[in-house]
Write a protein that binds this ligand. Sequence first.
Ligand code: ADP
Ligand code: MG
Length: 730
Amino acid sequence: MSELRWKALDAAQNRIIPTINIPEGKVTDFYGIHTFTDEAMKTLLSPDAYKKVSFAIKSGENIEGNVADEVASAMKSWAISKGATHYTHWFQPLTGGTAEKHDAFFDISFDGQAIEKFKGSALVQQESDASSLPNGGIRETFEARGYTAWDPNSPAFILYNTAGTGTLCIPSIYLSYTGDLLDAKTPLLNSSTVLDKAATSVANIFDRNVEKVTATCGIEQEYFLVDKALFYSRPDLLMCGRTVFGHSPAKGQQLEDHYFGSIPPRINAFMVDFEIEALKIGIPVRTRHNEVAPGQFEVAPTFEEINLACDHNILLMDIMKKTAIKHNFEVLFHEKPFAGINGSGKHNNWSISTDTGVNLLGPSSKPKESLRFVTFLINIIKAVHDHADILRATVATAGNEHRLGANEAPPAIISIFLGTQMTKVLEDIENKEIVEIEKGENAYIKLGLNRIPSILLDNTDRNRTSPFAFTGNKFEFRAVGSTANSATPMMVLNTIVANQLENFRKEYDFERENDPSKKEGIILKILKRYIKESKAILFEGNGYSQEWEEEAAKRGLSNFKLAPDALKAYISDSTVEIFEKMKVLTKKELQARYDIRLENYIKKIQIESRMIGDLAQNHVVSTAVKYQTRLVQTSKSLLEMELKDEAEPIIQIIKDISRHVKIISLKVGEMTDARRKANNIESVEERARLYSTEVKSFFDIIRKEVDKLELIIDDEDWPLTKYRELLFIR
Ligand code: ADP
Ligand code: MG
């Protein structure tokens, strides 16, 4: 084993940066060339078919059979001309990743001729016997049929394999034979529809011309890079995506010299390479930098319509994984690959904007627009306050548990950071008397709404400890884990905000009928009440502090540190009520998601627990005992030579090793028993609870002893590639 470590180190230190094919011209010359864009459709379809498809995309209605045939034929010719040989419905099952099954365009016709075929029906809908994809009991195995159907909102694209041939990927939704939603994408689409409706009706209070409101999203993605050989030398990285053991290196992130530092050449080459691939597929990547921890980096695109942004994010992860192979890197998307240094998240920047070109969360110097701005801002605060638990549930996974609730960014308590200026604005609205506005008076000035600066200074001075922060003209949900599919948290955010805006519009209409005051006064009256009802969630201080935990408890805010506890919100009465009312997910679909997430949690912890047992016994203890035998020999020789004083420290080391080995063996045994006990429990809820409390409680105890042994045993013999090697060799 230690031989593997040395070989890996040797390989990692002798890497040659591969050549990258930089496309000719400017980025705009190759941006989107692997995407079947609107532009491509316009050129390749008949004007009539193009019109019909555009209408179907806008209205969400079905595409007629003959039009689908024409689109399919155009897509096929386009894809084949670009070297594609296969096509697939690319969808997002509840596993969290994506699924694809490639079918060749090539076929044999009834008279034995070789042909290239792709019919409209194959484009629009496919039956998939993906009976092993998780369905949370929605599909019985005897009825394993599921359907994937093209989502024309997200353009088709070609993914190339290392052999250079391509597959036409058709972004699709995935549902069961009975119509139950089995994926992450369809609920997001539903939520965008209801958000559009509710937000448009509120935007119309201020501007009648608004016809559509779209949620926008920009996803910052953090990741670690580890040399491939070093990655393969660590069974825990290979099996769990994270290291279960490893003593902190002498240097971690304390010097803060990595963040925004110059990007190492080998890493930079990788970034350039995957960015080119991403740009070709129409993913607008823009930002790259080093993150806080050594070996940690970030990529961020320009924001897009939310459905596209979420598709693009998981697609980008896939492209990064594939490009890394060429560069002899492994990308780690796990939320906490290494103990003692920062983990990785995925900041979801979210806003809503109108078809008239207005970002509804953008402050303005015009008082009238300021009222609209605070109306949306406060409604969002109320939505997050009232439904923080379901938002928290969407980011509850085994991996993210290491961040949320541990001493990591951000805390498990959902709170909102506004910045000093907006905090003051809200305080004013809450506390100021609502004044009667006389005819001819400027209502906005009288209400103090002329004092919101159009650029908020806090935008630059941001509170990094807040899970949900207002950052100038958008909210940033930072609790999302780096492996997550953002579609789910964003779907929940859309839905709870839509629900709240719908309630607001109802209250407003009701008041308008019964109260002769000006509309501005009525709006402020409602907003005043909302602030009072939801200000408990506003917090500007240090989210990691013990004081905040205590303060949050006093305020009645939830603090679910363990994922299984947080997940319960999926099936709470209030969640079911809202999601059914908004027609985003049914009770059955929520229950299925709850079950799948619990199962996933259990499996992850189970795998980690087995890995810990295996590594501890078969790699660490065995090495320790071998080393100990050598020490015994040495001390014996010393004693034979009557060098008692010289033998003393060696005997002490022998004893220390025995002590650690004893605890490790004992605890691994107890952990195995705990697992056995948990596995015998029928109820998935109870099993998850046992895994999160009992099984997992052994992880740190065993780790501590193993990490101690790492410091004692001869470096030559130590079997596991060390942190300093994993993090600093590149
Ligand atoms: P920081 O790391 O300082 O938060 P970045 O520039 O890395 O900032 O990321 C900010 C992200 O927010 C980008 O993806 C950006 O496109 C996105 N963003 C900016 N404006 C909006 C908006 N109106 N709606 C959604 N996302 C936005
Ligand atoms: Mg950010």
